[in-house]
Design a protein around this ligand. Structure first.
Ligand SMILES: NC(=O)c1ccc[n+]([C@@H]2O[C@H](COP(=O)([O-])OP(=O)(O)OC[C@H]3O[C@@H](n4cnc5c(N)ncnc54)[C@H](OP(=O)(O)O)[C@@H]3O)[C@@H](O)[C@H]2O)c1
Length: 222
């Protein structure tokens, strides 16, 4: 059986990854922070694990909570967008710290913890980044802190790919998606975004490790 771990699955893109993977007969481990989401994930067929990516002890527990399970796919979805402010405002420390912690530090801490569980299967470790993290595509500073966090995530994952030659580490743009974060005016449904990402992931080989992909099959410019 193919086994996946979705980190940040209470709602939005992470929740949809769980739904589609279960429909595709994967064994799915899924993390959330609150009791209601954990109970719902469990009732829908996932094995729910309480994880807050900004609490290092919580992340560090993940390998033993997986109880020796080998993984084929890990998707780090957890992320926050705290402020639309751009470069005309000095960044607020609280928004900066919260964004960098969830979007970058948690992801970096997860790599040495979880990459070994993907090694036997030559698995995929996918990090949900954003088109807003592309330096080449930036047309404004709107969401300045968030942009910097996703660009930092891209560097963290790309550079880590050199240390784990037996798995593929990928940064993935989900598009602009109808979720709490993306808002109802976003052009892409969560179903379409996740179906696109799973299709792209299914075609990736080890030689794609360190690349910046998009849900629509486009290769992103850094
Ligand atoms: N929607 C878009 O248009 C869009 C575009 C580009 C990139 N993205 C990226 O896609 C990912 C998912 O976004 P989304 O649109 O699904 O957003 P969302 O609906 O706001 O969901 C965010 C998810 O991240 C989880 N999360 C946040 N902080 C966490 C923490 N400290 N520990 C564990 N989980 C945490 C949330 O859990 P709680 O329910 O516990 O808060 C929730 O499951 C993010 O990385 C986001 O940056 C989204």
């Amino acid at each position: 059986m193919t086994t996946a771990l979705i980190i940040g699955a209470s709602r939005g893109i992470g929740r949809e990854f769980v739904r589609q993977l279960l429909a595709n007969k994967y064994k799915v481990f899924a993390t959330a922070r609150d009791d209601e989401s954990l109970a719902r994930l469990q009732s829908e067929g996932a094995q729910a694990i309480r994880t807050d990516v900004t609490v290092p002890e919580s992340l560090a527990e993940l390998p033993w909570r997986l109880d020796g399970e080998q993984l084929d796919l890990v998707v780090y979805v957890a992320g926050v967008f705290e402020s639309f402010d751009g470069a005309t405002e000095p960044p607020a420390l609280t928004a900066f710290d919260a964004t960098m912690h969830a979007n970058v530090l948690g992801a970096m801490q997860s790599i040495p913890l979880l990459a070994p569980l993907l090694t036997p299967s030559n698995g995929r470790f996918v990090f949900i980044t954003s088109g807003m993290g592309s330096i080449a595509e930036a047309e404004s500073s709107m969401g300045w802190i968030y942009r910097a966090s996703k660009a930092a995530l891209n560097m963290a994952v790309h550079s880590a790919s050199h240390d784990y030659p037996n798995i593929a580490l990928i940064t993935m743009n989900p598009g602009w998606v109808q979720t709490d974060m993306g808002g109802s005016g976003a052009p892409t449904s969560v179903t379409e975004s996740v179906a696109g990402m799973l299709s792209v992931i299914g075609k990736l080989g080890l030689s794609d490790s360190g690349s910046f992909q998009s849900y629509d099959g486009r290769k992103m410019a850094w």
